[in-house]
Design a protein around this ligand. Structure first.
Ligand code: NAD
Length: 293
């Protein structure tokens, strides 16, 4: 039987309506609009599109979005100075720096200068550390997006066997920790792993985040598995595809995400959710430049 589709576009659209309603309630209660600052260094075409979509999302839900496009040669110290100013600005709840950055800027160095309470990407060492310690504060956006999609299946996740393919700082590693947090038995594989197909074949949940188009076929997927495809590859004709061979895996899995229209819009939704949560915390006096709770 073909898999049910986890439609990230539809789920995110409905959730944005809820966020817009919460923003209206804030305004009626005399509170300010949540504010998100996005830095784009250089003019990478993919990054420019992502930043435009983030701005559009903010406008749709009623957030203030401040996009700062900086020249590619902007010194790291200058970017850090602007971030530190925003850390102290009470109108700003979230700070995002679009990746990739030019080679002379160290992304970890930049992330470390964002106040943890405004790290709406959820990748500051403070927020990652809290996830490791099972006391998450701000969740990393893409793993959060995947968890929201998994909850939409209605399947009890506790005790399931999950294989994460990819072990990056932004996606694979926090993804494994999120799945562990809900009680899954987690295996993480990466480019040095042996027998990757055998690790996929035993999994009730497969989350793939490699950027290797078509890496996962039906031959290695367990019948009835939930398959979430984080990967995005732009093909020669400009179209996007994922790590999973969708048509054949959809014949075997119970649930599957499409690319595009699966994890991507949910990741953008997670940024909005994290920004609203940061604003709510700031209202309660828990934000500013201080550490996230
Ligand atoms: P990355 O390059 O930092 O990490 C890729 C990981 O995949 C590495 O850990 C690597 O060891 C592993 N890998 C590569 N080839 C493999 C193979 N053959 N078998 C097993 N593991 C292999 O990339 P990233 O930043 O984690 O992103 C991964 C993919 O997800 C990319 O396509 C990216 O565009 C996409 N992405 C999508 C979203 C979204 O919202 N949909 C968000 C972030 C990233």
């Amino acid at each position: 039987m073909p898999a049910k589709i986890l439609n990230g576009n539809a789920i995110a659209r409905a959730a944005r309506r809820d966020i817009a309603a919460k923003v209206r309630q804030r305004l009626e209660a005399g509170l300010r609009r949540p504010g998100l600052a996005v830095f784009l260094v250089g003019d990478d075409p993919g990054s420019t599109i992502y930043v435009r979509l983030k701005r559009k999302d903010c406008e749709e839900v009623g957030f203030n979005a401040a996009v700062r496009q900086l020249p590619v040669e902007t010194p790291e110290a200058e970017l850090i100075g602007m971030i530190e100013a925003l850390n102290e600005n009470p109108a700003c709840d979230g700070i995002l720096v679009q990746l990739p950055l030019p080679r002379h800027i160290d992304p970890l160095h930049i992330t470390e200068h964002i106040a943890p309470a405004k790290d709406v990407d959820g990748v500051h060492p403070h927020n990652m550390g809290r996830l490791v310690l099972r006391e998450p504060s701000i969740h990393a956006c893409t793993p959060k997006a995947v968890m929201t999609l998994l909850r939409h299946t209605g399947v009890l996740l506790r005790g399931m066997s999950a294989t994460v393919i990819g072990a990056s700082n932004h996606v694979g590693r926090p993804m494994g920790l999120e799945l562990l947090l809900v009680g899954c038995t987690v295996t993480t594989v990466h480019r040095f792993s042996r027998n990757v197909p055998s690790h996929i074949a035993q999994a009730d949940i497969v989350v793939s985040a490699t950027g290797k188009a078509g890496l996962i076929g039906a031959d290695c997927v367990k019948p009835g598995a939930i398959v979430v495809d984080v990967g995005i590859t732009q093909q020669a004709d400009g179209s996007l595809c994922g790590d999973v061979r969708f048509d054949e895996v959809a014949e075997k899995a119970a649930w599957i995400t499409p690319v595009p229209g699966g994890v991507g819009p949910m990741t953008r939704l997670a940024i909005l959710e994290n920004t609203l949560a940061a604003a709510t915390l700031a209202d309660a006096g828990g934000s500013g430049s201080g550490a996230a709770r």
